[in-house]
Design a binder for this molecule. Structure first.
Ligand code: 13P
Length: 248
């Protein structure tokens, strides 16, 4: 049995007061055995690290540079994330791909660097509405996954998470049905199994895209859905705690 994992992606939303209140809500309401991870915006990681100390909630970042250090104005390195107690890094989120031009090759480099630094990458894949309508879902997510497996190697997935986030479901309220999500998760696991069946069985596959307190339970009940990557609903502590409870 794979343990359930639920990750909160706050995207570019927070201020000091909101962070303090939201994390206090998480700490009070989220109960094991589900593993929960909070990914606030980078300027608030230090505050989050302090507040989460001694709690069961892990800390993650929403992005990282593939470069180690030096003349990369505006970037954030893996050693900085380590210094701030981050255990997870979201990579290749569709907003990074579509708004900031991140390519599969950048994402693969970031993935390799993240594994080398001992953090857990959360690799996001997903198709747009047009791609789904054109029947391209399987080929799109397969090639996004392959681009990383081919560079990083299947062994690096011993310590990685993959999140299926259909672009058409992100922030739209238009959640994939449990069956639609399961179908893609099954495909992703089969793709991984082509390289290593054992590792494929152990990689947590998360679903993201309009997960909320109402739909979480039926999504998480599917065989290959091991938890969620939650955007909007993670900005409400009681909604996020309910999603975590659904994973339990
Ligand atoms: P929403 O939950 O707001 O749809 O966002 C999903 C997401 O992009 C999480 O990374």
């Amino acid at each position: 049995m794979r343990a359930k994992l639920v990750i909160a992606n706050w995207k570019m939303n927070a201020d000091k007061a909101m962070l303090a209140k939201l994390l206090a809500g998480y700490v009070a309401a989220i109960k094991p055995p589900v593993k929960a991870v909070a990914c606030p915006p980078a300027p608030y990681l230090a505050q989050a690290q302090q507040q989460l100390e001694g709690s069961a909630i892990a800390l993650g970042a929403q992005n990282v540079s593939q470069f180690e250090k030096g003349a990369y104005t505006g970037e954030i390195s893996l050693s900085m994330l380590q210094d701030l107690g981050c255990e997870y890094v979201i990579l290749g989120h569709s907003e990074r791909r579509s708004l900031f031009g991140e390519q599969d090759t950048d994402i693969a480099e970031k993935f390799v660097a993240t594994i080398a630094a001992g953090l857990t990458p959360v690799l996001c894949v997903g198709e747009t509405r047009e791609q789904r309508q054109a029947g391209e879902t399987d080929s799109v997510v397969s090639s996004q996954l392959d681009a990383v497996v081919n560079v990083a190697g299947i062994k690096s997935f011993e310590k990685a998470v993959v999140a299926y986030e259909p672009v058409w479901a992100i922030g739209t309220g238009d959640t994939a049905t449990p069956e639609q999500a399961q179908q893609v998760h099954k495909l992703l696991r089969e793709k991984l199994a082509e390289s290593d069946a054992d590792i494929a069985q152990r990689v947590p596959l998360l679903y993201g895209g309009s997960v909320n307190a109402e739909n979480a339970e039926e999504l998480f009940a599917m065989t290959d859905i091991d938890g969620g990557l939650v955007g909007g609903a993670s900005l409400d502590a009681s909604a996020f705690a309910a999603i975590c409870a659904a994973a339990n």
